[in-house]
Write a protein that binds this ligand. Structure first.
Ligand code: CA
Length: 636
């Protein structure tokens, strides 16, 4: 594995941020609980138990997914949510109960730069489509996939579960690519097709609970444009666009800040499948394991659709710190990391040798934004729709192909690069054209392996990670917690005997300092990693580093001379006394080996922050670090 020291450090920063996200109390919708009842699937089966939930536990049904035996409740007021969930989980009628976790879009940077359609055309003429993040293998897909769509008897539907969609953008209207519910008469206030949603003409807005579709964030419109861009070139005058071979079904469950609830995500997933979508794009996620969401994703598998998910943007390892829904091991889930144009993983992208499937472009991708404009954005959010857009083209070529087989072909056709070795399962990047053309000549399989959701195993895994059960996380807590290795108590939402715990104050401090020191390195790496093509926008690129930490009312400041983080040691006194030279001692996870590396403290006027610049790390050291990483992944 080729590994530069910069990348090594990014991995560590990613871990600290990922750990921070896990260590914090999980974000939940206050006063809401999702419950799966035991043996209560089907109409009428649950009525007795539901009566008990209401009369004895004070729960009110907000939404029922009767076929699944799942219910979304408003909790009893004045009683701690944790206590109510614990009580439900000890009830023999309950299979599981959990909070309604909050999830977020998988792009923290928003729209980095916007362009008029005319400006986009100028860029294409001057610099080519590559300058907009449209790779040659995507352009090739327009030729192989584009003409075949007309032969398809029914146009396949792809659901974009996101912040909504500007359905009046000329790119979507000119291509006639927005899904229309043919069973619904617009604006008559009646649920004409009886699917449970009134006037759901183009999809559903779960934020407003209405059929009115818009995008007050821009994320969903951008994602949808990337999907359409696998069908055809969207960077042409609107008059040159052709009718698309696909229909996009927008399902808005993320609000104008890009946040949404797990219950709405679940409902959107069911809506998508029940209303005929064969590919679901999910450029969002959260670190809290939800059994209910796991079950919804399993439902998509059982129905043969593709479920594409962004791996996340914490720069962390999903093998040890999972991101859901990307990390569910359901066989139709395709977890996508973000790469630069040169195949290398971006500094912000999550990765995972065993749990992230492949890479796709995710850095300065140009696509549609609300208001008829175009814009650049970065994130694994942008990578997932390249894969989803490829998957839906494959369905055009091979109608009825199950999500399981779609995933197999996409994985088999990735373009191998050694820089992705150890980062993603396939060690490769998406190849849209090869995937689509392979689908066109493949025998469509009508069967797929059975998959059984194992909630208890996943709960155990989630709690073990959050509680510091293995690898580097364990070492961090052991070395820094004042409890001598025990995680602090006070995890608010305990599940199934495990739970989420808060590390002691010193551990918080470590996260804070490491974040401040190393964040500028992440930024510097980003600036270097792309060619000159897009330099005009680089100064606007920002990393969202959520590493400012407060414990209660106190903001922690540097007052210890030596700190460690899962094997990384920084001597802060030396840092200040030695002319800005810092010696970093990197210990192997078991502490048996140590490597010394020298770096220089640098001040960035632009970033108003200190960073550590490392040069000429010896190759032997990098090899040894690679070996540790291998061992660590195995143990976790
Ligand atoms: Ca309806």
């Amino acid at each position: 594995m080729r590994l530069s020291l910069n990348h090594f450090l990014i991995i560590w920063v990613g871990l600290t941020i990922g750990l921070l996200a896990n260590a914090q109390e999980p974000e939940v919708v206050p006063g809401e609980i999702i419950v799966k009842l035991r043996g209560a699937k089907g109409p009428g089966k649950a009525s007795g138990v539901l009566g008990k939930m209401s009369s004895q536990k004070g729960l009110k049904v907000k939404r029922a997914w009767g076929k699944m035996g799942m219910y979304h409740f408003a909790a009893q007021k004045g009683v701690s949510l944790k206590a109510q969930i614990d009580d439900l989980n000890s009830d023999p009628d309950v299979e599981y109960a959990e909070p309604n976790y909050i999830v977020h879009k998988s792009s923290d940077v928003g729209i980095l730069e916007t362009y008029t359609p005319e400006q986009v055309l100028e860029i294409v003429q001057a610099e080519g489509l590559g300058a907009l993040g449209v790779d040659e293998s995507v352009q090739a897909a327009w030729k192989s996939g584009g003409t075949v769509s007309a032969q398809s008897s029914s146009v396949p539907v792809i659901a974009v579960i996101d912040t909504g969609l500007d359905v009046s953008h000329q790119v979507f209207t000119s291509t006639d690519s927005i899904w229309v519910n043919s069973g619904e008469i617009p604006g008559n206030g009646v649920d004409d097709d009886g699917n449970g949603y009134i006037d759901d003409v183009n999809g559903w807005n779960f934020v407003d609970n209405s059929g009115t579709m818009y995008d007050d964030d821009g994320h969903g419109t951008h994602v949808s444009g990337i999907i359409l861009n696998v069908d055809q070139n969207i960077h042409v005058p609107a008059s040159s666009l052709r009718t698309a071979g696909i229909k996009i079904m927008p399902l808005k469950f993320l609000n104008g800040s890009g946040s949404g609830s797990t219950s709405d995500a679940i409902e959107a997933i069911y809506y998508a499948v029940q209303n005929g979508a064969t590919v679901l794009n999910n450029s969002w996620g959260g670190t809290s394991y939800s059994a209910a969401l796991h079950e919804a994703v399993t439902y998509t598998y059982d129905n043969g659709v593709s479920f594409v998910a962004a791996a996340g943007n914490a720069g962390s390892n999903n093998d040890s710190l999972p991101m859901y829904p990307a990390s569910y091991d359901v066989p139709n889930v395709i977890s996508v990391a973000a790469t630069y144009d040169n195949f290398e993983l971006t500094g912000f992208s999550n990765y995972g040798r065993t749990s992230v499937d492949l890479g796709a472009w995710g850095y300065f991708i140009n696509s549609t934004v609300p208001g008829g404009a175009f814009g650049d954005s970065s994130g694994t959010s942008m990578s997932a729709p390249f894969v989803a857009g490829t998957a839906i083209q494959m369905v055009i070529e091979a109608p009825g192909m199950l999500g399981y087989q779609v995933k197999q072909i996409i994985e088999d056709q990735t373009e191998y690069r050694s820089v992705l070795s150890g980062k993603v399962v396939t060690q490769g990047r998406l190849h849209p054209n090869d995937s689509i053309s392979t689908a066109s000549t493949s025998t469509v399989s009508t069967s797929q392996p059975d998959y059984n959701t194992n909630f208890s195993a996943n709960r155990e895994l989630a709690s073990e990670i959050a509680g510091g059960g293995c690898g580097m996380v364990q070492q961090l807590t052991a070395q820094n917690s004042p409890n001598g290795g025990k995680m602090g108590e006070g995890g608010e939402f305990m599940q199934g005997g495990g739970g989420f715990s808060i590390p002691g104050p010193k551990a918080w401090y470590v996260i804070l300092l490491m974040g401040i020191l190393l964040a500028p390195i992440m930024i510097a790496t980003h600036l270097r990693s792309r060619g000159s093509v897009n330099q005009r926008v680089h100064q606007r690129f920002k990393i969202d580093s959520d590493v400012r930490v407060k414990v209660g009312e106190k903001e922690l400041v540097g007052s210890v001379s030596s700190i460690s983080l899962g094997g990384v040691q920084l001597n802060t006194e030396e840092l200040l006394e030695n002319g800005g030279i810092v010696n970093m001692t990197i210990s192997s996870p078991e502490g048996k080996e140590q490597i010394q590396v020298e770096g220089r403290i640098v001040w960035s006027e632009e970033k108003k922050a200190y960073g550590v610049a490392f040069q000429d790390a010896p190759l032997s050291a990098l090899d040894r670090i690679s070996n540790w990483t291998e061992g660590l992944k195995k143990s976790s």
